[in-house]
Ligand binder design. Structure first.
Ligand SMILES: Cc1cc2nc3c(=O)[nH]c(=O)nc-3n(C[C@H](O)[C@H](O)[C@H](O)COP(=O)(O)OP(=O)(O)OC[C@H]3O[C@@H](n4cnc5c(N)ncnc54)[C@H](O)[C@@H]3O)c2cc1C
Length: 372
């Protein structure tokens, strides 16, 4: 996106990437259909970035502009469930192909297998021994999730950064062997998750180490920060969203726990296993206590899963160290964009939108700097 701004402005652009080809994480996002952006109204949209929104240039390149940009590349988009925006083909490759073709025609030169390692004076140095000088530089080296796709966070050594943290991540839970052996991979739905003042309906997956999936990701920033403060976090699960405690507490009589859960609450399979796993024998034996637990089953989260497994990265280069054009204050002519910056957002197309918007802003800032 930054290269595009500079090339359109008539600047010769060289683009270096450590991988054999560009856009690997973008292509991976395509496996989930490529949720490009979100169609909710702008006032709501910007709240997803909390206090970082003013730094991200979303007013200059928000959801509508992004859809129009994709359209210019021949990629039609549509608004899917819960207002998420996808390309009609639900793939990233056609968009990436068209985009690279256009960048090449604008004169952008691609240098693959060039891993940036630092500086030699004002020249960039690369792991393969190459060096390069430029009048302006834009870094867009990504976060540290899924390092096999190229963004490994090694660049943090070169900058003053807020520590990188997993965002949109799973969490470890101390499952019993029984739970791991029988239910790893099982989707839990319907369920309402609750943490603090927030609750949300959705689904998650029991993994061998803990829990992951969209409902968990939606709460992950708050849960991660709670664990950092208190050593653990308790996420409450409502396994019977359509029932009240009073309905669930009606006497079980002689029915077995399985029958009671199935008939009274529609709970079976992995959700019944969660009840057995997370309730004490005393709670299971007491109809009222059991009913209360079905509405608020406490799931103890021990720690976030490693950043390498997360969907995205929080932390990075602080906005305090940047001008509003995303130039490093202590390195005039050096700009930064994308997930390297210190912001985070939930899934839903917000991540790519802010990467595009900051890429565009950094490129435009670099062009302005050159012209000055
Ligand atoms: C599985 C998965 C699915 C996702 N799905 C979505 C989605 O549907 N919607 C959404 O909005 N977001 C999604 N995301 C997040 C989104 O893909 C990222 O936020 C986005 O790609 C970040 O863009 P970026 O340009 O900042 O970094 P990246 O896309 O990570 O690109 C950084 C580039 O820098 C290169 N690089 C890194 N270090 C160096 C170095 N030292 N020298 C040279 N090159 C280097 C890397 O090789 C890479 O090509 C998903 C992420 C994952 C992991």
């Amino acid at each position: 996106m930054a290269a595009e701004q500079l090339a359109k402005g008539g600047v010769a652009v060289d683009l270096y990437d450590s991988m054999p080809s560009v856009g690997r994480k973008f292509l991976m996002a395509g496996k989930g259909g490529l949720n490009l952006t979100h169609a909710e109204d702008t006032a709501k949209f910007v709240t997803r970035y909390e206090d970082r929104a003013p730094h991200l240039h979303l007013d200059a390149f928000g959801a509508d502009a992004l859809r129009a940009w994709a359209g210019e590349l021949g990629i039609e988009t549509f608004v899917g469930t819960s207002q998420r925006v996808f390309p009609k083909e639900m793939k990233a490759a056609p968009l990436l192909r068209a985009w690279l073709r256009r960048l090449r025609s604008q004169g952008v030169t691609f240098h693959m297998r060039h891993k940036w390692t630092g500086w030699e004076g004002d020249a960039l140095t690369f792991a393969n021994g190459a060096t390069a000088k430029a009048d302006v530089i834009v870094f867009a080296l990504g976060g540290a999730s899924w390092p096999q796709l190229g963004s490994d966070g090694a660049w943090t050594k070169q900058f003053d950064v807020a520590a990188l943290k997993p965002a949109n991540c799973g969490f470890d839970v101390a499952w019993s062997d029984y739970m791991k052996q029988h239910f790893a991979g099982a989707p839990v739905k319907p369920v309402v998750g609750r943490f603090g003042a927030h609750h949300r309906r959705g689904e998650f997956i029991v993994s061998e180490n803990g829990v992951e999936g969209s409902l968990i990701y939606a709460f992950s920033a708050a849960l991660r920060d709670e664990i950092a403060r208190k050593g653990q976090a308790t996420f409450l699960l409502d396994l019977a969203p359509h029932k009240t405690v009073a309905e669930l507490a009606r006497a079980r009589g002689k029915a077995s726990l399985s029958t009671h859960l199935r008939k009274r609450a529609g709970i079976d399979g992995v959700r019944a296993a969660l009840v057995r796993e997370l309730c004490t024998a005393e709670e299971i034996a007491d109809d009222k206590k059991l009913a209360e637990k079905l509405k608020a089953l406490p799931l103890k989260l021990l720690r976030p899963r490693p950043i390498a497994e997360a969907i995205s990265t929080a932390g990075g280069i602080r906005f305090d160290n940047l001008t509003s054009d995303l130039m490093l204050k202590d390195k005039p002519g050096v700009f930064v964009a994308g997930e390297m910056l210190d912001w985070e957002a939930p899934t839903g197309g917000y991540l790519l939108t802010a990467c595009f918007a900051t890429g565009k802003a950094a490129g435009a800032g670099a062009l302005k700097f050159l012209k000055r």
